[in-house]
Design a binder for this molecule. Structure first.
Ligand code: F0G
Length: 371
């Protein structure tokens, strides 16, 4: 080993050569890529699994809760996992333009990966219902943004038609490569825990992610890499819960705009996941979501977006039903920085404004005595 590498090895516990290559290279043998596939990556994946010690203690009875913090992906959400696959495969077949409908995160990820791959990227978004950070991302990454007077479900219907009749590749989660990429999050959880969790708590919108996780868990199980399968616990916001109420919601509403979806395209697949995993679908109210969102921030040091907090809100709602000594993973799908308005409008922190820059005044407000 060259000296410089030896020296570095004394500073790092891991091998100094082990730079994360992005999820396609990391899980190449389990993904539908070949030597001919141009890999378009931003080194997504390899996100941390963080023990939520305060929430675990709150539940008690030896229950261990972890967060799969996918908001730490390059564009700040789990969508990067699916997008590296969808865009690499689109590039492989010579596609020049991609399109998606989005509540925000898909558009950010599609734009970043498509533009990196030298393609045009069109995004249809519901006007007034996309968080500021996500819109900013789509614009900066260079998407061609079409904001419509209609919700996500209408936007998705239109882009599906467009992709049929125009030279555009659809990169919503009806694109099978998206789910292939997203299943790697389940691999990473098993790689970290050494087994699958007992429960996986996850927010559902279009229900692509819950489907992808189940694919990943089953694949490792069939390969003998894990000996168990989790119960899949899917949560939706109460005003946008078609999978819970088993009907299309014409006018979905929730503070968690990412999952403001009334007619999920992966409905049938999600129902199958629930049946196969002996899982459960449940609704959580906006105030339960905000409560979990604040708890994650103020007690666990994790700033996720409101839609992501639905997984923890759902767990807390079921905390008495959790069997003793179980391991639970809550998926935190997106980064809180994407939706600063929600944070500013819903915090419980102390925030004194308009103070004079005077030491005595300030320490008085701080209610702190001199030593
Ligand atoms: N969490 C976040 C932060 C999301 O952005 C989404 C979906 C979900 C959860 C739900 O995932 O649709 O696979 O069940 N966002 C899509 C978008 C719809 O356009 O960004 P799902």
């Amino acid at each position: 080993m060259p000296l410089i590498k030896k020296l570095r090895a004394t500073f790092f516990n891991n091998s100094p050569n082990k730079e994360w290559p992005g999820l396609i290279e990391a899980y190449r043998s389990k993904l539908p890529v070949s030597k001919k596939t141009p890999i378009i990556t931003l080194k997504e994946g390899n996100t941390p699994l963080i023990e939520l010690k305060n929430i675990s203690n709150q539940i008690g009875r030896g229950v261990k809760v972890f967060a799969k913090y996918d908001g730490l992906n390059p564009t700040g959400s789990f969508k990067d996992r699916g997008m590296t696959m969808a865009i690499s495969k689109a590039k492989e077949k010579g596609c020049e333009a991609v399109i998606c409908a989005s509540t925000g995160n898909t558009s950010a990820a599609a734009a970043a990966y498509a533009k990196k791959g030298g393609m045009r990227c069109f995004v249809l978004i519901p006007e007034g219902y996309v968080a500021q950070g996500k819109l900013a991302q789509a614009l900066v990454y260079g998407a061609e943004v079409l904001s419509i007077k209609g919700n996500f479900d209408i936007a998705l219907e239109i882009v599906q038609k467009m992709a049929n009749d125009y030279p555009l590749t659809l990169v919503n989660s009806v694109n099978p490569y998206r789910l292939e990429g997203q299943k790697t999050a389940a691999f990473e959880i098993i790689d970290a825990l050494g087994e699958a969790p007992d429960w996986l708590c996850i927010p559902m919108g279009n229900a692509g992610n819950i489907t992808a996780y189940w694919m990943g868990f089953k694949e490792y199980y069939k390969a003998g890499i894990s000996k168990n399968l989790p119960k899949m616990m899917g949560f939706q916001a109460k005003g946008s819960a078609p999978l819970v109420y088993k009907k299309t919601i014409e006018k979905p509403e929730t503070i968690a705009t990412a999952i403001r979806i009334g007619n999920p395209v992966n409905r049938e697949k999600a129902i199958k996941v629930k049946q196969e995993s002996n899982g459960q679908f449940e609704a959580v109210t906006d105030s339960e979501i905000i409560n979990a969102y604040q708890l994650l921030g103020s007690e666990e040091g994790i700033f996720c977006e409101p839609a992501s907090a639905a997984s923890v809100a759902g767990l807390l709602k079921n905390s008495k039903k959790v069997p003793e000594n179980t391991k639970i993973v809550c998926v935190l799908t997106g980064n809180g920085l994407k939706d600063p308005d929600c944070a500013i409008n819903n915090h419980k922190a102390t925030f004194h404004k308009g103070l004079e820059p005077d030491l005595r005044e300030l320490t008085k407000v701080m209610k702190i005595k001199q030593i």
